[in-house]
Design a protein around this ligand. Structure first.
Ligand code: 7TS
Length: 409
């Protein structure tokens, strides 16, 4: 993978911020978009903007082909069996809520358990808290190891015959931890529970095969994988989706509508009420083409190299604490704190040097509590980042420490 060639595809990266070349290290929040994606969305609006699945006119057919073509690209990308198993949503959050409300409310009752982990993003906590409230089920947590990983023994101990849903993130947006989904799925299935996977930070960065993982449901967002905002995916095994009721009702998702009763379309459309996110899906299709041309193995290797390099550099700065497992066990996410400097101040000074990182609780307040902090700073890497950018980041971080050392030291 030639990073300079990759960077050429991202117009936004070629600018100065506060008088310095932009160093974008916030791809875990949202990735930047290559020309291929921007142009695919523009082409749709300029040349064949139309609604889908209705008129027989030419533009309508082109739009339908674009939208359904994107679904097929997603199917292949995550190795799903059938396009019936690919539902377009607004993103990971919407996908998980769909499972909780549709599958969850129909299948859970007061004696049942939902099992998650303390490292989850709020999007994979709150829908289950709500489901526990509406059904009377109990929400349980698999304990977290000190190094920010999950021990399979703890999974075995937490999941019981009463467990109906196990929901776990594939890759942590804070610690970078890569969870052993296939093994966790085995435990869940042994107890006849389904496994829901939050793949928001995995699909953009590594090869994902939903059949090999044996995930029952798998959720992710387009905007973190070079695609547009507003589009995401819920993969679900057909045997579950077939039985599940839609949670949104109206146009697009119906077959027959009477005065008092209606019937739904086939999969996957019964879950896609209203005019769908057509431009978003077409953009996501282009993002998948782009990532496949580069190769997910190359993306993963590149990020691992960057995060290992960044960790070794940060370990040499006094007063910097890094969270999560070692570089071999993590994806390209690096969360840290500088002693006596608030992460928001770290991010502000880094921004003055052109370096964009995120500070805060990263939508993972229970995890912050486990780590014993209120917030952290986070650098996250993607296929367009370089070692020189890591150097610029480290230099800016040293400057931050010096700056605050002068003021408060
Ligand atoms: N799950 C994980 C693991 C995430 O990292 C995020 C977003 C979501 C779910 C929610 O995705 P959405 O597209 O539905 O919003 N994570 C982050 C982050 O780490 N910083 O900003 C957003």
């Amino acid at each position: 993978m030639n990073v300079e060639n990759v960077r050429q595809q991202f117009p936004i990266l070629h600018q100065e911020v506060n008088g310095h070349p932009l160093v974008y290290l916030d791809s875990a929040a949202t990735s930047q978009k290559p020309l291929q994606v921007i142009e695919a969305v523009e082409d749709y609006y300029k040349r064949y903007n139309s609604n889908v699945h209705r008129g027989v006119h030419t533009l309508g057919s082109l739009a339908t082909d674009g939208y359904e073509g994107a679904r097929e690209k997603v199917r292949k990308f995550i190795h799903a069996k059938s396009m019936e198993e690919i539902i377009f949503t607004r993103g990971t959050t919407t996908s998980i809520n769909l499972v909780a409300q549709s599958y969850g409310e129909a299948n859970l009752g007061p004696n049942d358990e939902i099992v998650i982990t303390p490292m989850e993003h709020h999007s994979n906590i709150i829908p289950w808290q709500q489901l526990a409230k509406t059904t009377g089920a109990t929400l349980k947590y698999i304990p977290l190891q000190k190094n920010g990983t999950i021990d399979l023994k703890d999974v075995e101990e937490t999941v019981t015959e009463n467990t109906k849903i196990v929901s776990v993130m594939h890759v942590s947006n804070v610690l970078g931890t890569i969870n052993p989904i296939k093994e966790i799925a085995e435990v869940a299935h042994k107890h006849n529970a389904v496994i829901v996977v939050d793949g928001a930070q995995a699909v953009p960065h590594m090869k994902v095969d939903v059949q090999e993982l044996n995930a029952d449901f798998y959720a992710f967002s387009g905007h973190k994988m070079c695609g547009p905002t507003g589009i995401g995916v819920l993969y679900g095994k057909k045997k579950w989706l077939k039985k599940m009721e839609p949670i949104e009702f109206g146009g697009e998702m119906i077959d027959f509508v009477g005065l008092y009763e209606s019937t739904w379309k086939e999969l996957p459309w019964k879950f896609e009420g209203g005019t769908p996110i057509i431009a978003g899906a077409i953009g996501l299709g282009a993002a998948i083409d782009f990532l496949e041309e580069i190769g997910l193995d190359n993306v993963e290797k590149h990020e691992k190299k960057l995060v290992a390099y960044a960790m070794s550099q940060l370990s040499e700065i006094d007063g910097v604490t890094m969270y999560g497992p070692g570089p071999d066990e993590r994806a390209g996410v690096l969360t840290f704190n500088c002693e006596d400097v608030h992460p928001h101040d770290v991010a502000t000074v880094l921004d003055a040097e052109g370096v964009a990182v995120r500070a805060g609780h990263h939508c993972a307040q229970p995890l912050m509590k486990e780590l014993g902090v209120n917030s952290t700073a986070r650098a996250s890497f993607y296929l367009y980042n370089t070692e020189e950018e890591v150097d610029a980041f480290v230099k800016a971080l040293i400057k931050t420490k010096e700056y605050f050392g002068d003021v408060f030291g």
